[in-house]
Write a protein that binds this ligand. Structure first.
Ligand code: FAD
Ligand code: FMN
Length: 763
């Protein structure tokens, strides 16, 4: 076979080597525009997993790479005058020049022809070749020339970066340095890659970059400015650029590349040309080299090139998407860094280490148990004012707000049971909520409990508008207070345009087959073409509904609920005022966000006035309508949270969606937590996070990273009322109190766990 490889980076060279290794008779040509020793960038980091794959593929080049490695274990974070260091991270670094030299030498030894200082021609020029590999990097011309078939999606990321080097030693740790200048924050990612050289990538927001004046600076001036900014960490050493052979600015924006297709006829894309991963997860060379091996394998094993390309793409696309997902989280963390710059150094470090969501709380314990132990103690000391002798997982640290203390930070999320008659909770509700209160959660929310019969979602919804409702709820609240350590919260709401619908397990959100009651809303906009047209509320109607909320809140206070939550999410009445999708009013209750928030805030203030001062209030919101610019977006949610806090709300319960049939939500583990993170750290408002959180590890990571103050689990609590007690057993944490009659069950569970598992937590 004759193969033309356009581009002699790690991807192209490794593919040429791998192809020759599989059949020395192949005629392989590599075209590279640079000279052999020319290269941008300084060092690259490779994981043990990649090294293992390189070794299996070609022990000769792998040995040479291994011998050129610098190894280190720690990550050090320089931030606000403190250096926080954690261990167990295990990296290997190599100079990009050295890596390419090894691969070039090996390729030549195997009989590959490398043509340096040669610009690749358009692919038509290689029509005599059986296979053409586009390995020409992130700005691939091969890809651009056939953009119609490859369909690249290029996302230009917000930060500016420049890839520099230095002889200052960073040989003891992968080092992040955050510096505050009068023009804004700027940071460096620094790591050693040979005996006397380290990579030093400098990055900042575009706004800071402009204010510092980098836009107008030559490369020399840029270097001098960076040397000044990072002088404290450079120990008198210079910064060096080896991008001088590149035209234009030394500053770049990272391009996230993903192509819909990776091959066409006999042309295939490889490495950065097909897909890139942000440098902050250090995996681009890994992706390129591993993909090169996979491509060579399939070219050798499959009967036709077409078959080889199909198998190559289906195997590698999955890996690329996985890494791009982690890389996106990491990229966004750096782009949104201003949000985290008020965090204490311990929490800032934790947030940085877990930014890609690939490393969890227990992963960190495995890497550096001592550091995590200190971080957990810090978390508890900040919450309680006392430094503990023995640390405990963050989920078990108490939470205080107003006059209430929750024994831990796990909440049973509000979940409609659809089992009430005329709004009255019955034995089902008693047993359901009482079980969850016994199950160890710090706070148990009731389902959305409606302020009027018309305000119910379905005929099965609970209410708090009649005397018998008060009595039935009191029985439950008294039990929870007498027999458990949990606190109990009532969630109050009004269904608005999503009222008069079927039970949750029937056709959700669809109108009743008969006996519908009229529904109301801010405007005459129905939930769907099948649902009733809501009657637009008059000002007098709104006053009446406000007073209904007040009446229910007074009842809740009399009953003795510990906490009150207003349901302003999921398309129900208050949510339908907040989102422009359903609020089309032209009076002072529609239009701008301030106007759309006017009625929800009037209700909030009226409720706060009658709700006891010593008891907390939260409001659940939909932080994202998932319909793009037409609806509420996370940045609007920050403004909404600020308004709520200014009007007496202690915590915002951050949910999302269910406000429009057009919504296109992006699901995944902890998928709504980024909105909670943003609200908490931008608006400075305490939050509850909810949404596909189901493992103790998720809860601990969210809390420890400061992405929420409390965590709600819904479906996990339907499957297991004792979720919290079981989580404690899984973590080998014995500081929870089981109900006395269940002690022998607890002891057996703990014994069985101790027998089958090595402890990952502590007592
Ligand atoms: C700041 C930064 C830091 C990084 N750090 C790491 C890290 O620590 N670990 C890691 O794994 N990855 C890292 N990466 C990513 C890594 O550099 C790339 O993912 C990797 O180099 C991709 O290899 P490649 O062979 O696909 O492309 P490239 O390395 O870009 O190679 C493409 C080659 O094609 C040549 N070429 C392009 N066009 C033509 C043409 N028309 N004619 C002839 N030749 C051409 C180029 O000169 C180049 O040599 C980093 C990237 C950046 C930007
Ligand atoms: C059966 C069921 C009923 C729900 N009822 C309510 C409700 O009354 N009020 C509310 O705010 N959210 C309600 N939700 C949403 C949950 O509180 C939670 O936000 C959602 O299920 C995502 O959390 P999870 O992934 O932990 O299940 C309900 C969810 C379920 C599964």
């Amino acid at each position: 076979m004759r193969a033309a490889v356009l581009g002699g980076g790690p991807g192209g060279l490794n593919f040429a080597i791998s192809l020759k290794l599989r059949d020395p008779a192949h005629d392989v040509l590599v075209i590279e525009r640079n000279r052999p020793g020319d290269t941008f960038g300084w060092g690259v980091v490779l994981s043990d997993e990649t090294l293992h794959k390189l070794e299996t593929n070609d022990p000769v080049s792998a040995k040479a790479i291994n011998e050129s490695f610098a190894y280190w274990d720690d990550i050090a974070v320089h931030y606000r005058g403190a250096v926080v260091r954690s261990g167990g991270h295990g990296f290997s670094g190599i100079s990009r020049k050295r890596l390419l030299a090894i691969l070039q030498e090996r390729a030549r030894a195997l009989g590959v022809t490398i043509r340096f200082e040669t610009e690749a021609e358009p692919v038509e020029a290689y029509r005599d070749y059986d296979l053409i590999v586009g390995a020409d990097g992130a700005n691939s011309r091969v890809r651009a020339a056939r953009a119609d078939v490859f369909q690249p999606d290029i996302d230009v990321r917000a930060c500016k970066y420049t890839w520099l080097g230095t002889h200052q030693k960073f040989d003891d740790a992968f080092t992040f340095i955050f510096e505050e200048t009068e023009h804004g924050w700027i940071w460096a990612h620094a790591y050693q890659f040979d005996a006397d050289t380290a990579t030093f990538i400098v990055e900042c927001s575009e706004a800071t970059w402009r204010r510092i004046g980098f836009e107008r600076m030559t490369t020399e001036e840029t270097i001098a400015a960076c040397e000044g900014i990072f002088a404290r960490n450079l120990g008198g050493h210079a910064l060096m650029s080896n991008a001088r052979h590149l035209r234009g600015s030394a500053w770049l924006n990272f391009n996230r590349v993903l192509c819909a297709h990776w091959s066409h006829d006999n042309i295939v894309l490889l490495g950065d040309a097909a897909a890139t991963a942000h440098f902050s997860v250090g995996s681009g060379s890994k992706l390129a080299m591993e993909s090169a091996i996979a491509l060579a394998n399939y070219v050798a094993s499959e009967p036709t090139l077409k078959d080889a390309f199909v198998r190559y793409e289906s195997e590698r696309r999955l890996e690329v998407l996985r890494l791009q997902n982690a890389a996106r989280n990491s990229t966004e963390w750096f782009e949104d860094i201003e949000r985290y710059l008020n965090l204490d150094p311990v929490q800032f470090n934790y947030s940085l280490l877990t930014r890609s969501q690939r490393i969890s709380h227990e992963n960190l314990r495995q890497r550096d148990a001592r550091w995590l132990d200190g971080a957990e103690k810090w978390f508890e000391e900040r919450a309680t004012g006392r430094r503990p002798n023995i640390s405990r997982p963050p989920m078990f640290v108490p939470f205080r707000v107003r006059g209430i203390e929750l024994k831990n930070r796990v909440c049973v999320s509000p979940m409609a049971q659809y089992k009430a008659k005329d709004g009255t909770p019955n034995d089902w509700h008693f047993v359901h909520y009482a079980e969850r209160a016994k199950g160890g959660a710090g706070l148990v929310f009731t389902e959305m409990t409606c302020v009027s019969p018309e305000g119910r979602i379905s005929p099965g919804c609970t209410g708090l508008y009649r005397e018998e409702h008060e009595g039935a709820w009191r029985r439950l609240v008294d039990f929870v207070h007498a027999e458990t350590e949990a606190k109990i919260a009532i969630q109050l709401g009004h269904s608005g345009p999503k009222g008069s619908t079927q039970l949750g397990w029937e056709e959700m959100d669809a109108p009743l087959p008969r006996d519908n009651w009229p529904v109301v809303g801010p405007s005459a906009v129905p939930w769907s073409p099948e649902n009733q047209m809501p009657r637009e509320l008059s000002h007098a109607d709104m006053d009446k509904i406000r007073e209904e909320f007040v009446r229910s809140a007074e009842m809740a206070a009399r009953i003795g609920f510990d906490w009150l939550e207003l349901h302003y999410a999921h398309g129900y009445l208050m949510s339908s005022f907040i989102t422009p999708l359903t609020n089309r009013r032209t009076d002072e209750y529609g239009g701008s966000l301030d106007n759309r928030m006017r009625f929800p805030l009037e209700v909030l203030r009226a409720v706060r006035r009658v709700w006891p001062d010593e008891k907390p209030m939260s409001v659940r919101i939909s932080a994202h309508d998932w319909v793009g610019r037409d609806g509420v977006q996370p940045q609007d949610a920050v403004a909404i949270a600020r308004l709520l806090a200014e009007n007496g709300v202690d915590l915002v319960d951050v949910s999302a969606g269910q406000t429009s049939k057009r919504a296109q939500p992006v699901y995944g583990r902890m998928f709504q937590t980024p909105f909670s993170d943003r609200i908490r750290n931008e608006a400075g408002v305490a939050t509850l996070s909810v949404g596909n959180i189901f493992e103790p590890d998720h809860v601990n990571s969210i809390l420890m990273a400061g992405r929420a103050d409390l965590v709600c689990l819904a479906r996990a609590h339907l499957a297991d009322p004792y979720w919290t007690l079981h989580a404690a057993a899984d973590l080998h944490y014995t500081g929870v109190n089981w109900p006395k009659p269940y002690w022998s069950g607890r002891d057996q569970l703990n014994r069985l766990k101790a027998r089958t598992e090595a402890p990952i937590g502590k007592v």
